[in-house]
Design a protein around this ligand. Structure first.
Ligand SMILES: [Ca+2]
Ligand SMILES: [Ca+2]
Length: 457
């Protein structure tokens, strides 16, 4: 799944809005005892960033920002101070109510990670792959798991370090995902061709080549961040005279949230016009996943050239400086994705081999499962046969018991006896037995009474 760039920009801003140089604000030892109003301890709102510890990160930063001293330090810290851990040390002066909340957040995060690892281990237990312990440990890099109950300076240091590191690798991971997507697409196309007869295959191949050609046939795409590219936006989107182009005015128009920086989202919005020259969602030949990859590459290219302090933001001064460079006036064409090889034939083969292995493993597993099923069916049949035999035996025993009881009790009641015998199979044997015994006793008493009466009279 492609991760939303907007969320990345949010996270980048979160850490990188941490501002400029640290001023030496006097710190008093009593600061942690200052009263923090209860309403400031409400749980902060969470938002997606794309990092797996997104919620934890956001909540920690938002709670820290509730502390006036830390907020001030955060506002005035620069990137180097943050990297060197100077900001993390300010945690010692955060109000104790907030520290308690941070401890809670950490405990929740630890529980979430434990659950996550458990699920992963359970899943891997059944698979043919070996459990990768190093990969599992990576899940804990953003906190100190040795001390699971307290949020300490080391936890903040680790959180900042992991976030920065993960953000730096975000684009790389994105490109890898895209490469996989393209390889899979080509693999599926080839598989589809395999199932066709010669004539249909030729037609399909021809159609594919036509689509490729159609996609590659587009107007010149300007180099992102070049004068030509910005002037097209200025003229066609902003409706301004290209001769009156002014970098500062351009910056103010397109800094849509007015924070004085171009974030990644604002930068990417500038490339929409160029991308529309190549991609149209109504066309069969244009893949919109490729368009998003193209957009990301454009943004990455501009950031590499313009963002000189590498804070993932373009300040006005960085932007103005870039417009003064010689590259700004170059009007060479941007090389679009279809002109580049996203993957090699070797990488495609490696993917197909891994698929074949996976299929093989699944088949082996399926055969094993089938065998287990057959064995279970066989055991079930045996059990059913045993059960039927037992029921039969039980019926015979009950019948014998009944006959013995009734013959001992009352031999004269044979008609009633048969009736009881018939009932035996339908009702509780004990109940029938009792009923038959009662009938026997009643008949015997009557015969005995009749004999007495005959003798007396
Ligand atoms: Ca902005
Ligand atoms: Ca910058």
């Amino acid at each position: 799944m492609m991760v939303n760039v907007e969320t990345l920009a949010c996270c980048g801003l979160l850490l990188l809005s941490l501002g400029l140089c640290v001023h030496s604000v006097p710190i008093t030892a009593d600061r942690t005892k200052e009263n923090v109003p209860d309403e400031t301890l409400e749980p902060p709102q969470s938002a997606e960033t794309g990092l797996h510890y997104d919620r934890y990160l956001r909540e920690v930063i938002e709670y820290l920002e509730k502390d006036p001293h830390f907020r001030e330090k955060l506002k005035n810290a620069n990137l180097d101070d943050i990297k060197q851990g100077k900001l993390s040390k300010e945690l010692d002066f955060v109000h104790h109510n907030l520290r308690t909340k941070l401890d809670e957040l950490k405990r929740e995060e630890m529980n979430r990670l434990r659950m996550l690892i458990k699920v992963k281990l359970d899943m891997e237990k059944d698979s043919t792959q070996k459990v990768n312990n190093r990969a599992l440990l990576k899940y804990f890099e953003h906190l100190n798991h040795v001390n699971p109950d307290k949020f300490e300076v080391e936890d903040l240091e680790r959180l900042i370090k992991s976030t920065m590191n993960d953000l730096e690798h975000f684009d790389k991971a994105h490109h890898e995902e895209f490469k996989k997507y393209e390889i899979m697409k080509e693999h599926e196309r080839r598989e589809h061709l395999k199932n066709m007869d010669e004539e249909d295959r030729k037609k399909e191949e021809q159609h594919y080549e036509e689509l490729k050609k159609k996609h590659a046939d587009h107007p010149k795409v300007n180099h992102p961040g070049s004068e030509d590219q910005l002037k097209e936006v200025w003229q066609e989107e902003d409706g301004l005279d290209p001769e009156s182009f002014d970098a500062k005015t351009f910056f103010k128009i397109h800094d849509t949230n007015g924070d004085g920086f171009f974030d990644e989202n604002e930068l990417e919005a500038l490339f929409t016009k160029e991308l529309k020259k190549v991609y149209n969602s109504d066309n069969e030949e244009d893949d919109m996943v490729e368009m998003e990859e193209e957009r990301l590459r454009m943004r990455e290219h501009v950031m590499n050239e313009v963002d000189t302090n590498k804070d993932r933001l373009v300040s006005l001064s960085e932007f103005i400086d870039a417009t003064k460079k010689a590259e700004f006036n170059k009007n060479d064409e941007w090389e679009t994705l279809e002109q580049q090889a996203v993957y090699t034939e070797q990488e495609l083969r490696a993917y197909e081999e891994s698929l074949a292995n996976e299929e093989k493993n699944i088949n082996v597993k399926a055969v094993e499962l089938q065998k287990q099923k057959e064995e279970l069916d066989r055991k079930q049949e045996q059990l059913n046969a045993q059960k039927a035999e037992l029921q039969k035996q039980r019926k015979v025993n009950q019948h014998q018991l009944y006959q013995e009881t009734t013959s001992q009790c009352c031999p004269v009641t044979s008609s009633r006896m048969y009736q009881c015998q018939d009932t035996l199979s339908k009702t509780s044997p004990l109940c029938v037995l009792n009923e038959c015994q009662s009938v026997c006793v009643l008949v015997c008493v009557r015969v005995f009474a009749f004999a007495i009466i005959s003798i007396v009279f």
